[in-house]
Each structure stands twice: as C-alpha cells, then as structure tokens.
Design a protein around this ligand. Structure first.
Ligand SMILES: [Zn+2]
Length: 349
C-alpha cells in the first residue's frame, strides 16, 4: 500500500501525532524482528534464485529473527534472505545499518557513529569495515574507457592497530646497505590513480611505480581506452605500447603542456588528502578500503542525485553478496609486503 493512500483521510493533527509516534518508536518498530526481512525485499533487485544451481527457491519457514528461509527446488540447498549479505548473523536492525551507511557517506568519525546509533566503539569499527568491505564488488565493476589522466600517489606505511610484539624492530644485522631495496622509496606505498569519467585508486606495491604494477592495476581496468596523459612517463611508455594507447607525456613538474593536462587527477589527490586527514591516520591494512570508499562516493555523486545516493547505497551495500565475518576484518591481508618494506629491520609478519 502507498503511504499517501494510507494517510489521505487523516486530519493534520493526527498526521503530526502519527509522525511523532513514528519518531519515538522507530527503533522498536524497525527492530530486527519485524523489519529486516521486509526491507531486504524492498531493496533486492534481482530475482531470488538458488546461488548454487540457479533454480527456483521455495519458502522454507523463518528464522527466530523472522528472516525468510528458502530451500532450492532442485538441489535442496537451504539459504535465507540474508545469506551472504552484510547483515548475515547481525543482531542489529536494518535501521542501524542504514544510519551507519548514511553516517559514512557524511564522513562521520567512528566515535560519532557510535554515539549517533548508541552502539559501542568496537561495533562502530566493525560496521564501518563491513560496509567498506562490501564495496569491493562495486569497485571491481568500474572500468576506464575514454581519455585517461593518470598519476601515482605515495603513502607512508601506517601500522596502527598492529600488536607491539608484531611491530618491526630495527636489526643491526640487516642494515639498509645490504637490503636489496635501497633508498627511501621502498618505505612508500604506491597507489596508481587514474581518471576519465570514472576513477581508479589502487595500491600496487612499494616504491616507484613500474610497468608491471600498471599492468596489474590500470591494465585490468581499461576497455576501449584511447590515451593516457601523465607526467610520470617512464613506467607508462612500455605500458602504453603494450596496450596500444597514445601516451601524452607532460613534462615532470608541470600540470599541463599546451594541449593536455593532468589537473583533474591532481585535483583528486588534494581532495583525497583532505578527506583522509579526517580519519587521523589510516592503517595500511585498511588503506585500500578507504580508497574504495572515496571512489565509491565519487562514482555515486557522478551517477546519482544526492537524495538517491543513500537508497542506492543500501541496495549496493546491504543487499548484494558482501558478507564478511567480523573476525576476518581483523585478519584482512596487508596489501604490501612488509618484509620488503622493513628489509633492514627484523620483521616477521
Ligand atoms: Zn539449487
């Protein structure tokens, strides 16, 4: 039933009372027990079919949390509405998940997210990482097709959240002189950043960007692209040759030559710095998730009006197959090899 129809015969006073009632009792009305299931259905876009064999699913009772269960008509595999979704095994209401996503889109701190939703700081941390993890599939689908501007951005290693016993300790035996990677560059994380209509921000490794790093990042993302404009030409020369791309090289230290420029990607870099600074140091372990979140917001702003970004996000993040166990958040892999980064240190990951 449409809400308008429901309210059309009510007088204004009752409507205001109704509104206040809703506001006061929102958490009760939208508790896990009675709302997650309905809301999931509202946002679910695809037909509900068996994930294993693709056949039709039959209803098969409900869980204690009132989540619809299914059984496959052919292979008899059982599943539920929340199987593989981010809210699988979650005792929190959809309302909280939704608010946390809104909060993240608004760039709130963990502490503020915890306060606004009356959840612990740890829960707030977990939800944030679950949401960030959930963007993986969305990000994987983004490709670059047109005239690309490309550059690199270098980040310092941040071991925030690493247990003291796992921190690298300086070792006299292995000094930088006998390390295979000399100079400061191997302490820096290289992120390839490229833009056309879409944006790519990808951790590619340690030290200066190489042709191989480009191949494994940008190379996986270009379909029908024509040209690349960049000021860091050496790695790009071979890359462009291998991919039949025209290379527009801007002299190092300039933002443009007479025809081409890299001002857009430079602009992205400064936006990214400002945005990341709000989080007061992002651990390297989670850096890619934050880069994905930045790309996500960038992409959604290009594709949708502001008021649609949130509802679209609920379906992108909550409904799609994005499940990760809370414990797996903590053991997520380092995107770089710390044994290389700390070659002159005693380090065992
Ligand atoms: Zn099946």
């Amino acid at each position: 039933m449409k809400i308008e129809e429901l309210l059309k015969d009510l007088d204004p006073v009752t409507i205001i009372e109704f509104k206040n009632y809703l506001l006061e009792n929102l958490s009760k009305l939208c508790s896990t027990k009675n709302s997650n299931s309905k809301i999931i259905n509202k946002f679910r876009k695809e037909e509900n079919a068996c994930k294993k064999c693709g056949n039709k699913l039959y209803k098969n009772g409900r869980t204690t949390n009132d989540i619809q269960k299914y059984i496959c008509s052919k292979c008899k595999a059982t599943s539920s509405e929340t199987t593989n979704t981010i809210i699988n095994h979650s005792k929190l209401s959809f309302e909280i998940w939704k608010n946390v996503i809104d909060n993240l889109i608004n760039g709130f701190s963990l502490r503020r997210i915890a306060e606004e939703n009356e959840i612990s700081l740890l829960t707030s941390f977990r939800l944030r990482h679950k949401v960030l993890y959930a963007l993986k599939h969305f990000i994987e689908d983004i490709n670059l097709t047109g005239e690309i501007q490309s550059d690199e951005k270098y980040f310092s290693i941040n071991l925030k959240g690493t247990k003291p016993k796992n921190m690298p300790r300086y070792s006299k035996k292995r000094t930088s002189t006998n390390s295979p990677y000399r100079g400061i560059s191997h302490h820096k994380i290289c992120v390839v950043s490229s833009i056309d209509e879409n944006l790519l921000l990808k951790i590619v490794g340690l030290g200066r960007c190489t042709t191989d790093m480009l191949k494994n990042s940008l190379g996986q993302k270009i379909t029908k692209a024509k040209s690349i404009t960049t000021d860091s030409a050496s790695a790009y020369q071979e890359f462009c040759k291998n991919n039949n791309l025209i290379l527009n090289a801007i002299p190092s230290g300039f933002h443009s030559n007479d025809i081409y420029n890299i001002s857009e990607i430079n602009g992205i870099h400064s936006q990214l710095e400002t945005w990341l600074s709000k989080f007061r140091g992002v651990s390297t372990r989670h850096l890619q998730e934050y880069l994905d979140w930045f790309v996500y917001i960038f992409t959604m702003k290009k594709r949708f009006m502001l008021n649609k970004i949130k509802t679209e996000s609920y379906s992108n993040i909550i409904i799609n197959n994005n499940y990760i166990k809370a414990n797996d958040i903590f053991i997520s892999k380092m995107p770089i090899d710390l044994n290389i980064a700390y070659a002159e240190y005693h380090y065992q990951s």
